[in-house]
Ligand binder design. Structure first.
Ligand SMILES: [Zn+2]
Length: 104
């Protein structure tokens, strides 16, 4: 075996998971964007859905449309809730039409 006995003391010294390793893997597994306070400000954003990379500050993935940050994740979830409810969707369309009429 390449690494020797998995129960050995020396292997346990070097092989361990930190809380951040576990958190990161849980976020990745459930497709959740990692909380922004854990990510340096200038770090490029990777879409959890399709893997595409975007510059910091990008809101949504231009490939698959998924939200790239917590802030936009909430907007994305709310938007999905609205478009799946015919009453809310109809209300949104009416409001958008009124806004469009104001803009003319
Ligand atoms: Zn994507």
């Amino acid at each position: 075996m390449m690494w020797g006995d998995p129960t050995s003391k020396s292997l346990r010294t070097y092989l361990h998971l930190t809380g951040s390793n576990v958190d990161r893997e849980m976020y990745r597994h459930y497709g959740i964007t990692e909380p922004e306070e854990k990510r340096p400000a200038n770090t490029p954003l990777q879409c959890r859905k399709c893997g595409e990379i975007f510059p910091p500050g990008t809101g949504f993935c231009s490939v698959c449309g998924a939200a790239l940050s917590d802030k936009y994740q909430n907007v994305d979830q709310e938007f999905n809730r609205i478009i799946e409810d015919p009453v809310l969707l109809s209300s949104l369309i009416d409001k958008l039409k009124r806004l469009q009429d104001i803009g003319k």
